[in-house]
Design a protein around this ligand. Structure first.
Ligand code: ZN
Length: 228
């Protein structure tokens, strides 16, 4: 294992943010190992989008880790008995998946240690989704401390850096950044409730944020929406 390893584990969900993160990590010269989660989300379109994004932007390997969080439910994204919100509400949204980023980052940390990778990239953002506790800067700082304490790599003096290049960017800024890097956002899927064919609903919170982001950025929105 080289001390200046350029290997990086990149979490890729199939959404707009993580596609941008993969492009940023690639541009920084990392050898990217893409990691997606089949976590019991309501629809498969997200994983199909993740595969397309990885193929488009390139990675050394792409793993889809099966981890059935739907066994517990507790989120509108993993439990079909909880309705998806159509309006933005105060507080922590029902689309929050209990401890999801902690679970995902822990799997990423395990893979990074096995690979000898010193970087983990995750597309968390504190601007648009301020309701999610595991997207906050203080959460990432705490996770970083824990990761150093928790790993052989860390104890032996090598940091596994948790990189969050989108943390303080608006959706429009993320879209501009990715467009500059050549990301084809037409391959990505942000919708919480897409059709069987993988078309975005255009009405959920995530669709609304994405649409506003394209509108503010001045970049044409390539998203395929269902027609109502
Ligand atoms: Zn939607």
């Amino acid at each position: 294992m080289s001390l200046n390893s350029k290997k990086a584990v990149v979490l890729v969900s199939g959404g707009l943010d993580s596609a941008t993160v993969l492009a940023i990590a690639r541009q920084a010269g990392h050898e990217c190992y893409a990691l997606s989660f089949d976590y019991g989300q309501r629809h498969r379109s997200e994983l199909l989008a993740a595969a397309k994004v990885v193929e488009h932007l390139g990675a050394i390997a792409h793993r889809t880790f099966v981890l059935d969080l739907a066994q517990f439910g507790g989120s509108a994204l993993t439990d079909s008995s909880i309705a998806l919100p159509r309006q933005h509400a105060e507080g922590i949204p029902v689309t929050y998946v209990p401890a999801r980023n902690t679970v995902f980052l822990s799997i990423a940390l395990a893979w990074a240690e096995v690979l000898g990778a010193y970087d983990i990239f995750i597309g968390v953002n504190a601007i648009d989704y301020s309701g999610y506790p595991d997207c906050r800067p203080e959460y990432i700082e705490a996770y970083q401390r824990m990761a150093t304490l928790a790993t052989k790599t860390g104890v032996e003096g090598q940091l596994i850096q948790i990189s969050t290049p989108l943390l303080h960017l608006s959706k429009a800024e993320i879209i501009r950044r990715g467009t500059d890097l050549g990301v084809n956002y037409g391959l990505t899927l942000s919708c919480y409730d897409p059709s069987e064919q993988g078309l975005a609903c255009g009405q959920c919170d995530s669709c609304r944020l994405r649409r506003e982001g394209f509108s503010v950025s001045g970049i044409a929105d390539p998203t395929k929406y269902v027609s109502h």
